[in-house]
Write a protein that binds this ligand. Structure first.
Ligand code: PMV
Length: 342
């Protein structure tokens, strides 16, 4: 990372990421080692900024979430106890590395509504990891930062490198890390994130993944993912939008098939999700090269090349049930900034 400081305070900015090849299921629960490798793209429209300051005068850690930037008039609201505990556990991992017992004040802000279904845990844990490591003067490589972020939230490791990112599943904590395949400027793609439901997930990803081995389709998925990883790498290398879209949708459907056949099943879609998936197929039949992918919720990411964004956005206006849209370009990974939140 660029600048080292001695004043125990640092601020980092990190993007959420959309998985192009999904992560669903862990080989090691506590270490968050995944069952398969995954590929993602950082999202320019879903960014978390986090400032952390350690001090020997503090008697406990405090974690504050400012109103998101789209809602400045909203009152400041703290994280739930469960969320705050998870963040404190992440700070403690970094404290242990730095061999210090100082407590910290953390203030964090999203550029997007926390309840929008964008993966705030990925951007949040990437930002806190980079900021806390810097504040404590740890000289960690990007690889080490991704490993540390992964321990907080699996997909957070993909929010640290630039642009298009591969998370190598690995077998041990040291070799389960993420790296950039291509920088953000490499391919001018768009992820038009269509929000159809703002409520929090009914089943958290951590809880949902615990039952993954009960799906009879898991084995098939795990056999096929390595080939899809290679195909996605080829699609990126050739900037082949049709291959990209085909693999994108196939892997999304494969993950949701596993989710829906777990015991108990994890259904994340709703009727509007499905109607959007069908509309995209119809638009494609009319020549618009747009493709869907969906994470653990009902909201839909529609991906296309920049030249098709206008037509896609116009089409989305015609859909019933759309609450809002966030347009994302490929974004740089987590990085330090000099403007602090306090
Ligand atoms: O790391 P988590 O707990 O945010 O899990 C992410 C799971 C999915 O979003 C469904 C897929 C993925 O690879 O991002």
């Amino acid at each position: 990372m660029v600048f080292m400081n001695n004043n125990l305070k640092a601020t980092a900015v990190a993007p959420a990421n959309i998985a192009l090849i999904k992560y669903w299921g862990k080989a090691h629960e506590d270490l968050r080692i995944p069952l398969n490798s995954s590929i993602s793209m950082n999202m320019s429209g879903a960014i978390t900024t986090t400032t952390i300051e350690f001090s020997k005068h503090l008697t406990r850690d405090s974690v504050t979430l400012l109103p998101d930037k789209t809602n400045p008039s909203e009152e400041t609201k703290d994280f739930s106890d469960k969320e705050a505990d998870r963040i404190v556990r992440q700070i403690s991992r970094i404290r242990e590395r730095a061999k210090t017992s100082m407590f910290a004040r953390v203030v964090t802000q999203n550029s997007f509504p926390k309840s929008s279904g964008a993966a705030s845990s990925a951007s949040g844990f990437a930002a806190i990891t980079v900021a806390a490591s810097e504040a404590l003067g740890l000289r960690l490589s990007q690889k080490e930062l991704t490993i540390l972020a992964r321990l907080g939230s699996g997909s957070a490791c993909r929010s640290i490198p630039d642009g298009f990112v591969l998370w190598e599943k690995g077998n041990t904590s040291e070799d389960s890390y993420a790296y950039s395949l291509y920088p953000s400027a490499y391919w001018d793609l768009r992820d038009v994130f269509v929000i159809v439901d703002r409520s929090a997930k009914k089943i958290s990803t951590s809880d949902g993944m615990k039952n993954v081995t009960t799906s009879p389709f898991l084995r098939d998925r795990l056999e096929r993912v390595p080939e899809r990883i290679e195909l996605m790498k080829t699609a990126l290398q050739k900037k082949d939008i049709e291959l990209f879209g085909h693999v994108l949708e196939e892997d999304c459907l494969s993950m949701h098939l596993v989710m829906q056949t777990q015991v108990p099943p994890a259904f994340y879609w709703n009727a509007i999700t499905e109607s959007i998936m069908k509309s995209v197929a119809a638009w494609r039949a009319d020549g618009l090269k747009a493709y869907f992918t969906i994470d653990a919720g009902p909201n839909v990411h529609l991906m296309c090349e920049a030249k098709d964004e206008k037509e896609l956005s116009e089409n989305i206006q015609t859909l019933p049930g759309v609450q809002s849209v966030i347009i994302n370009k490929p974004a740089p990974g987590a990085h330090l900034v000099s403007d602090h939140l306090f």
